[in-house]
Write a protein of this length. Structure first.
Length: 153
């Protein structure tokens, strides 16, 4: 299970992620009780799943923040999938580079084609390098452009 620390907006974050990812669901949660540092009855934790992967979102307070040192990877088979996940996750956030973005909650994501590993690991070092150089110039990744670069087109 992956635990994500939020500062009072865990419910909004989970709702946002569940709206973007098919095969996702809220599993449960808990509220703060009396004699806690947060308001009684406010959300403490939300348990949810994306594609069968369990997550825990907690409203822990302002002490900790997300950094790009950790990111969640969304591997996509088609450009349509890349466009869907990229557009949904970057809304209200910041595009970065090479398929990376920071969402509106500060969490870093990588939206990448499954084909990228093949292109970058091509046994022909020139093909792999051309794909790498093309990727380094992109913000949102484009499968057709990566394949064309690898082919030398």
């Amino acid at each position: 299970m992956l635990c994500l620390w939020f500062d009072g907006n865990a419910d909004a974050a989970v709702d946002h992620y569940l709206a973007i990812f098919p095969n996702s669901r809220r599993v449960g949660g808990s509220k703060y009780g009396p004699d806690n540092r947060m308001e009684e009855g406010s959300t403490l934790a939300v348990y949810f799943e994306i594609g069968g992967q369990p997550f825990l979102a907690i409203n822990g307070g302002p002490e900790y923040h997300f950094t790009p040192a950790i990111s969640l990877v969304v591997t996509c088979e088609t450009q349509e999938e890349i466009d869907h996940y990229w557009d949904g996750l970057v809304e209200g956030g910041e595009p970065v580079q090479c398929g990376w973005l920071t969402d509106r909650f500060g969490l870093s994501w990588q939206v990448v084609p499954a084909r990228l590993a093949e292109l970058l690991g091509d046994p022909d070092p020139a093909r792999a390098n051309r794909a790498m150089q093309a990727m380094l110039q992109m913000v949102k990744l484009d499968i057709a452009e990566l394949e064309a670069a690898a082919a030398g087109a």
